[in-house]
Design a protein around this ligand. Sequence first.
Ligand SMILES: COCCOc1ccc2cc1OCC(=O)N(C)CCCNCc1c[nH]c3ncnc(c13)N2
Length: 270
Amino acid sequence: VIEQPVVKALHLGMFEIGKPLGKGKFGRVYLARERDHGFVCALKVLYKSELQTARVEKQVRREVEIQSNLRHPNILKLYGHFHDSKRIFLILEFAGQGELYKHLRKATRFPEWKAAQYIAQMASALRCLHGKHVIHRDIKPENILVGIHGEIKISDFGWSVHAPGNRRNTYCGTLDYLPPEMIVPRSPGNSYDEKVDLWSLGVLTYELLVGEAPFEDTPVMTTRRIARADMKTPSFVSAEATDLIKKVQQHPWVLKHCRAGETSTDLEST
Ligand SMILES: COCCOc1ccc2cc1OCC(=O)N(C)CCCNCc1c[nH]c3ncnc(c13)N2
């Protein structure tokens, strides 16, 4: 497999399109093989008209820009992109074991050794992202893929921004992973920083070990429980894992930036 395919004048004819790998909110992903070298990859096809209607062209452009410049074993590589009159094509690293959430649903919950390895890989990927002042903002099992050797790969940077971010578009996904400061309107600009991914990492740890998100409830109750960090950890979760999840939620950094309800001025005085 060629690590860095020679990026020539890219066009669709260069690729043999294989089986569909899935359908996302915008566009479908296919298995593909580059003709000259037999380089196997994933090809995501986005329709310009759909992006225009949903007014997400800028978001996709930013996503391509961010993902193209990241090189990390646990971040899905974006090798290049090209377009024709109607479509945009993203040339992506192929993750041979597909979507993490499907493995999680099949297993109900992961043994601690597997969850711990996944969380360690996520932490390593987040250190890379945050080192470049990129906040992912949408860490959840649905956005994590599994490579052929069982390693995880963060994909779908649709909501990532350069820190500090402030939320312009309304978030239209599950509330489960949102940290308090993205739920409870606080400072005028609703600004926050990369700590939001740290909170989501704690939520992800819980979901990998328990099989459901810690604040899963009706939307209103989920919002309230997140704001209060009101969660219970089942007895089958080891003391160390419970401690890590709590530590992330109780970590002074996270608390300082995430204590819901208080205005930013109160926090400045503390
Ligand atoms: C604007 O878009 C930016 C890039 O977003 C994606 C890149 C690659 C993706 C998925 C991406 O977004 C989510 C999405 O389209 N689905 C949830 C449907 C397809 C699920 N993938 C299945 C899959 C299996 N083996 C894979 N190896 C590489 N990439 C894959 C997959 N999917």
